[in-house]
Design a protein around this ligand. Structure first.
Ligand SMILES: Cc1cc2nc3c(=O)[nH]c(=O)nc-3n(C[C@H](O)[C@H](O)[C@H](O)COP(=O)(O)OP(=O)(O)OC[C@H]3O[C@@H](n4cnc5c(N)ncnc54)[C@H](O)[C@@H]3O)c2cc1C
Length: 459
């Protein structure tokens, strides 16, 4: 007889937890999943999906303007935030339903409750005050927006969570942060006609991305009307008769209807009982796991953002899948965290895979940079002053392409495919021997003949 109530108890029904539950159940495990908010997790409910829908909404203003160069005379366009919110909510409800159905169809039992760990094999369902024992526990609780607790007036600020539920669109907004969420939301609000200021502590936006992308993105978003303040921080937020006033260290007082703080996210481990079960956390509160997502307590595993490895949906899904195959499917599978393509749904969009120029220079003695910057064909008639940037980094000794960075329309779509070639260790000669697809922007990737820079390190 089984000495536990279930084989697997999963805390959190987001990207990683749902995939792990479905796959473990398909391997014959009895699975229980607890979710304290909404099934689907951050990505579906208040992350990737609603964000991308907002990005689409925010691009139409430019489309209407661009149409004029192609002979159109659009009527006066108006925008209704509440209609967008209703449409977005209906789509999120639909996806939420699909996630619930898929999980239940797999045979996993879903419980709507917060869950906390009591010991290495016991979990408490808070809503029912019931204990459940499990052979394995999977922590898939994700992360949450982090706002410094000692910022005066922080209670007036919103995070990305609230940005998805604003009752009305403000006339002006201050977005704080320099990561992808801050940059994307600045683009969304600006595109929807909100006067937008982006305040970032560092010198350049999007730390971790190639320096040319970072610099060009700033130029492009400033052209679109976003005010970018770098090297500055918000020191307090004050409520006034007609909105908010965000004070900066440099002495500015920025008046706005909303202040959105997107300066980081923290793993959801607070009050989860991990410490009492003996699970080791790192300084940021993330669960420390090995390559198979196992913590130092053998029966407790963790996947996704709560482990703070690479905090992206496809990564959480892969980790959840690999965990279930390893523990219940008899195949030991670890996830390769190298060469993960990334997109920023800024305007223009960014797609990036592999090493930045700085990283390539640190790793290889000879690096060739192939770089081009051009006006997209569409803008020859639209008249829009916007550039596309494309960059390939090549290890000159092996001829292998080790990085690809694009700023421009559909950059994410293009880089998803380029990522396959990098995974296959494609060389620059492979790119050169591939026929161009004309007329596209992506054809530039196979037609750049001469390096723009040849770096040679004298070792
Ligand atoms: C604004 C925004 C935009 C994003 N855009 C992208 C993007 O474009 N592309 C991309 O790849 N990634 C994006 N991400 C990141 C992506 O959403 C996460 O990487 C992904 O959701 C992580 O999945 P997860 O399973 O680790 O956690 P989550 O999806 O966060 O799921 C965790 C779940 O656990 C639940 N939970 C937490 N604690 C408990 C508890 N004690 N008991 C029960 N339930 C609990 C939570 O309610 C949640 O549903 C974005 C994130 C944000 C915030």
């Amino acid at each position: 007889m089984n000495q536990f109530d279930v084989d697997l108890f999963i805390i959190g029904a987001g990207s990683g937890g749902v995939r792990a539950g479905r796959i473990a159940a398909s391997h014959g495990a009895s699975v229980m999943v607890a979710e304290e908010y909404r099934v689907g997790g951050t990505c579906v409910i208040r992350g990737c999906v609603p964000k991308k829908l907002f990005v689409y909404a925010s691009r139409f203003a430019e489309e209407f303007e661009d149409a004029v160069g192609f002979g159109w005379t659009p009527g006066e366009a108006t925008f209704d935030w509440s209609r967008l919110m209703a449409a977005k909510d209906a789509e999120i409800d639909r996806l939420n339903g699909i996630y619930i159905r898929n999980l239940e169809r797999s045979g996993a039992k879903l419980v709507q409750s917060r869950a906390e760990i009591i010991d290495p094999h016991t979990v408490r369902l808070v809503a029912e005050d019931r204990l459940v024992t499990a052979k394995y526990i999977l922590v898939a609780t994700g992360g949450a927006p982090y706002i410094v607790p000692d910022l005066p007036g922080r209670e007036f600020a919103i995070s990305s969570n609230e940005a998805f539920h604003l009752e009305r669109l403000p006339e002006r907004i201050v977005v704080v942060g320099g990561g992808y969420i801050a940059v994307e939301f600045a683009g969304i609000f600006n595109g929807l006609g909100v006067e937008t200021t982006l305040v970032h502590r560092g010198d350049a936006l999007l730390r971790g991305f190639d320096a040319d992308l970072r610099r060009t993105l700033r130029e492009e978003i400033e052209k679109k009307g976003i005010r970018v303040l770098t090297g500055d921080v918000i020191t307090s937020i004050e409520k006034t008769a007609d909105g908010l006033l965000a004070h900066t260290r440099s002495g500015e007082a920025l008046s706005a209807g909303e202040v959105m703080i997107a300066t980081g996210r923290a793993p959801n481990t607070r009050g989860l009982g991990l410490e009492s079960a003996g699970v080791q956390l790192d300084g940021a509160g993330a669960v420390i796991v090995d390559e198979f997502s196992q913590s130092n307590v053998p029966s407790i595993y963790a996947v996704g953002d709560v482990t703070n490895r690479v905090n992206l949906t496809p990564v959480a899904i892969r980790e959840g899948h690999a965990f279930a195959d390893t523990v219940f499917g008899g195949k030991r599978i670890s996830v390769d965290h190298l060469g993960i393509p990334k997109a920023v749904f800024s305007q223009p969009e960014i797609g990036s895979v592999g090493l930045s120029e700085e990283e390539a220079l640190a790793e290889f003695t000879a690096v060739d940079v192939y770089q081009t910057s051009f006006r997209p064909m569409k803008h020859t008639l639209s008249g829009r002053n916007e550039k596309t940037l494309m960059k390939l980094l090549v290890d000159a000794d092996s001829d292998r392409v080790v990085g690809c960075h694009i700023l421009g329309p559909d950059a994410g779509e293009i880089v998803q495919i380029v990522a396959i070639t990098l995974k296959m260790r494609a060389t620059k000669a492979d790119f050169d021997s591939t026929m161009a697809l004309h007329p596209t922007a992506a054809e530039e990737l196979v037609t750049m003949r001469e390096p723009s820079v040849r770096h040679r390190r004298n070792s």
